[in-house]
Design a protein around this ligand. Structure first.
Ligand code: SAM
Ligand code: SF4
Length: 328
């Protein structure tokens, strides 16, 4: 297993298979690759399944033990099953982050190809609010969640981006996650770096405090030192990287763009290493280089941290007496 000079072992790789997407979320950072391509663009630049397999083979040799596919929207690719099939031959622990809108029809074939789990992005259970934030329909996403649970792609993690508009939804989303076995909620801090709108940020410390007050138990995961709250029968994980050196110092992940460039950090644009056309020796060397030159973004790359509470204190509303049970 390789470590960087800050002692961070790299165990995990996140691979973008496209930058295309059928949604247009107001906060989308598109993995740092610029605006989402709408309408759908040609996809000659995207890695082929064989290219993905080659990268994953080297990743396994270097000790990487889990793969997450992302995008853009990975399900715009009709060959995602083939990509997953080739990947699990090298690294069995394969998961997927998706907007869920095209998932229901493919959950079973994805599972058969070897997919183990899914993250499905849902910020609200209100269809109108969902459309206003994500520019797409909620109903197919709920069908995708249901179908994923049915075919055993568990746990299904619901990714909710926490920003001004969604903050009041947290109690309802906790009810939603707690209403069905196999669902977990992941609260993702809005990252302003690539879409600006810093005024959309909320104070995550007040979210942590609120969760702690209402939790039966609190755990801490090694990856990113993420806190996990057991609350109202739901498991709620908080992913809060912004201005958080502790998060960065526990990051064990490298990334690959849809064009096959290696990246040591989501937030940096200056650390891409192209791999297309490299022979096996040079490809291994590129992996070593991207890993050994990783720098914790906050508290390493960005050392001049802005104030920790850049927005007014906002806190989610109190837990409701009779929570409305949105079921999937
Ligand atoms: N299209 C897929 C989806 O929406 O799940 C996968 C790609 S998307 C870029 C991956 C995750 O990043 C999603 O859960 C999305 O909600 C989240 N995301 C997008 N923009 C974000 C931002 N500015 N801050 C925090 N999370 C963001
Ligand atoms: Fe971005 Fe995912 Fe939303 Fe598409 S669905 S716009 S990739 S966050």
């Amino acid at each position: 297993m390789l470590s960087d000079s800050f002692g961070r072992e790299v165990t995990d790789i996140r691979i973008s298979v496209t930058k295309r997407c059928n949604f247009g979320c107001v906060y989308c950072h598109d993995e740092g690759l610029g605006p989402v391509a709408r309408p759908r663009a040609a996809h000659g630049e995207e890695m082929t399944p064989a290219e993905v397999e080659r990268l994953v083979t080297v990743a396994r040799e270097l000790g990487i033990r889990s793969v997450k596919f992302t995008g853009g929207e990975p399900l715009v690719r009709t060959d995602l099953e083939e990509i997953i099939d080739r990947t699990v031959r090298q690294i069995p622990d394969v998961s997927l982050t998706t907007n869920g809108s095209m998932l229901a029809a493919r959950a079973e074939t994805l599972r058969d190809a070897g997919l183990k789990r899914v993250n499905i992005s849902v910020d609200t259970t209100d269809p109108e609010e969902f459309r206003s934030i994500r520019k797409g329909a909620l109903a197919p996403v709920l069908r995708g969640i249901r179908e994923s649970l049915r075919v055993g792609l568990k746990p299904v993690k619901l990714n909710m981006v926490v920003f001004r508009r969604t903050l009041p939804n947290i109690p309802r989303m906790i009810d939603f996650a707690g209403s069905t076995d196999g669902l977990k909620l992941q609260l993702i801090q809005f990252m302003p770096e690539l879409v600006h709108h810093r005024e959309w940020m909320v104070d995550m410390q007040s979210v942590h405090r609120w969760l702690e007050e209402h939790s039966a138990r609190v755990l801490v995961r090694e990856m990113h030192h993420r806190r996990v709250y057991i609350i109202h029968g739901a498991e709620v994980e908080v992913v809060d990287p912004v201005f958080n050196p502790d998060f960065c110092s526990h990051c064990h992940r490298i990334r690959v763009t849809h064009q096959g460039e290696l990246k040591g950090c989501l937030n940096r644009k200056d650390d891409r290493i192209p791999t297309r056309g490299l022979d096996d020796l040079a490809l291994r060397e590129a992996f070593r280089q991207v890993i050994t030159t990783r720098i914790p973004y906050y508290g390493g790359y960005i050392t001049d941290l802005p104030p920790q509470n850049p927005s007014p204190q906002l806190s989610p509303g109190p837990p409701r007496e009779s929570p409305s049970r949105a079921t999937v």
